[in-house]
Design a protein around this ligand. Structure first.
Ligand SMILES: [Cu+2]
Length: 281
């Protein structure tokens, strides 16, 4: 049950750690977090703990009745300034590399980091084959398939509607119309917000993407999902009264299903298109 929920790309009760990855970018984030980042913070926490224990045991009033009057120690002060700087610089290198990956839409040539984060790139990603423009509205998302000239508005399902229509889909994340994309395909995401509106942010944890949706500005990121399913995210910029109620739901389907879906959409409506997909529940 829990495994199924996790595979569907949303948080589950009692979850520890990041959501499972289905893209090369999220692989990098997993590798970065579970590797250098987690171990660095665990070691620093342990070091501080040991130092505290030493101070408590050796320098309490009973064990050390006559305290030292030392006020400066040049060597120690240089070490405790330089070592944290070195640690931050070492952490910054893979961090900036992953950021660059997130913001560089594949051209079919460039290599990406993937889970082998210190390899300086060996993951091949095909050039973008689909462009979707997401526009943050107050308070829902509009998705436009730019090359096909087709648009969807995606709003949260009310709790009554969710229980009646798609009870297995998660509360506060289920939407009326999902963004439908093909599996194993690089999708260029263009992100903006209603010109007369506010700043939102488009984030889908399983894809490892999060980018601001700014009125009048077109931001760009990408994903290439390797597994079919429904992946949820939320607006991640405090945008106003319904900030918590404008979820993002991306349905990744097979390439054949997507072709049939898009053909039906181009010939008719999004309802016609969704009718070609297997039922959700
Ligand atoms: Cu928002």
């Amino acid at each position: 049950m829990v495994a199924t929920a996790q595979e569907q790309g949303h948080p589950v009760p009692g979850q520890i750690g990041l959501q499972p990855s289905v893209t090369p970018i999220m692989d990098s984030i997993h590798a970065f977090h579970d590797g250098p980042l987690l171990w660095t913070s665990v070691l620093i926490a342990l070091l501080v703990l040991v130092l505290l224990i030493v101070v408590i045991v050796r320098f309490n009033a009973k064990a050390n009745p006559k305290p030292s009057t030392t006020t400066h120690n040049t060597l120690v002060e240089i070490v405790w300034t330089v070592v944290p700087i070195l640690i931050l610089v070492i952490i910054a290198i893979p961090s900036f590399a992953v950021l660059t990956d997130q913001l560089t839409v594949p051209d079919g040539q460039r290599k990406y980091l993937g889970s082998n984060i210190f390899s300086f790139g060996d993951v091949e990603v095909p050039a973008a084959a689909l462009t979707v423009k997401a526009t943050g509205q107050q308070w829902y998302w509009d998705y436009e398939y730019v090359d096909q000239g087709k648009s969807i508005s995606s709003s949260i399902l009310s709790e009554e509607a969710r229980q009646a229509q798609v009870p297995v889909q998660p509360r506060l994340l289920a939407v009326d119309y999902q963004l439908v994309v093909p599996v194993d395909t690089t999708v260029r995401m263009q992100i903006t917000a209603d010109p007369s509106g506010v700043i939102h942010a488009f984030a889908v944890p399983s894809f490892g993407i999060k980018i601001d949706a700014v009125p009048g500005k077109l931001n760009e990121t990408w994903f290439n999902a390797r597994k079919t399913g429904i992946y949820y995210g939320q607006c991640s910029e405090l945008c106003g009264k319904d900030h918590a109620f404008m979820p993002i739901a991306v349905r990744v389907v097979t390439k054949e299903e997507f072709a049939a879906w898009m053909a039906a959409f181009e010939a008719g409506t999004v309802d016609d298109a969704n009718a070609t997909l297997p039922a959700l529940s």
